[in-house]
Design a binder for this molecule. Structure first.
Ligand code: MG
Length: 297
């Protein structure tokens, strides 16, 4: 199943792609969850239940995909964990070496932006970069799981752009600052259930384009740490829960590796494409102001 969360007149809704249309879950069932996390919290059989409901959907419960404004698949993931240095060619183009354990950091919800919304190029830096990544959406609670058990608990996959502000990333040995500028991480639009893809989403072409020019092109089979072993490793210390997200690292070809670097500029269009999942597209727009904000609520 291929699902999209979208903006409606009464807030957000979830839809299932049926040809050129979306079957609107809230139209089919008024109390349907409006966020992927809420949906997945209903348990592993919920996706099958929905597939059954979709088969009975009427045309009045469908809207054209082209009329649906995409939203983040998950508005506020409780955990959004990212891997760095997970493709050998990307490690080689960076200042780092291959690591014996997954290099993990986290992103905050304020750094995420939906498909077709603007990625914000900060006034504080000229070094905005793109990173095409496979995002894993957790479907079941996991702690102390094996790689095989972890794969069974994956709900599905999405496209992610781990937008990075390189100078801030390198101010210290911790990457958090450069990986969390507001509205730099494109996410979505589609959530594709795990049963539609190869085991662990391995063997899929992954690429990025800027203004149509291919910048990254690789295959998810080349990930150093695979999906199952990565989730197993994380679960040694953290409970993974439905709606948590793990982004699996980026291939070579990022802006900073080009000579001279090909930093993102105002007006650039960045696309991340993963075979079998889809295309995530965002235009880059300069931050409008650095005026101080200090407000209640
Ligand atoms: Mg990354």
């Amino acid at each position: 199943m291929r699902m999209m969360r979208f903006k409606s007149t009464d807030g957000f809704r979830l839809g299932v792609v049926v040809g050129d249309a979306l079957a609107d879950l809230s139209a089919i069932q008024p109390n349907a969850p409006r966020d992927l996390t809420g949906l997945l919290q209903r348990g592993p059989t919920i996706l099958e239940d929905i597939a059954g409901q979709i088969r009975r959907a009427t045309s009045a419960q469908m809207i054209a995909v082209s009329n649906a404004k995409p939203a983040l698949p998950i508005e506020r993931p409780e955990k959004f964990i990212c891997l760095g240095l997970n493709y050998a060619d990307h490690v080689n183009e960076s200042a780092y070496s291959t690591q014996p354990y997954p290099t993990l950091f986290m992103r905050a919800p304020t750094s995420l932006v939906a498909h077709e919304e603007a990625i914000e190029r900060p006034l504080a830096s000229a070094q905005l970069d793109y990173e095409a990544e496979l995002a894993v959406i957790i479907g079941q609670t996991m702690r102390h799981v094996t790689a095989d058990q972890a794969i069974a608990g994956v709900a599905g996959y999405a496209c992610f752009n781990d937008g990075s502000v390189r100078d801030y990333q390198r101010h210290t040995v911790q990457w958090t600052m450069g990986k969390n500028f507001d509205r730099t991480g494109g996410f979505g639009p589609l959530f594709v259930t795990a049963d539609e893809l190869p085991r662990g989403a391995s063997g899929l072409r992954i690429s990025s384009r800027v203004n149509g020019e291919v910048r990254q092109s690789d295959n998810t089979a080349n990930m150093i740490f695979k999906v199952g072993e990565t989730l197993s490793y994380i679960s040694q210390g953290m409970t993974l829960q439905p709606g948590d997200v793990v982004a699996m690292g980026t291939p070579s070809g990022v802006a900073h590796a080009h000579k001279p670097p090909k930093w993102l500029l105002h007006g650039d269009v960045v696309e991340v494409e993963i075979e079998g999942i889809g295309i995530l597209r965002n235009q880059v727009a300069n931050e409008q102001t650095q005026s101080p904000v200090l407000a209640v609520a």
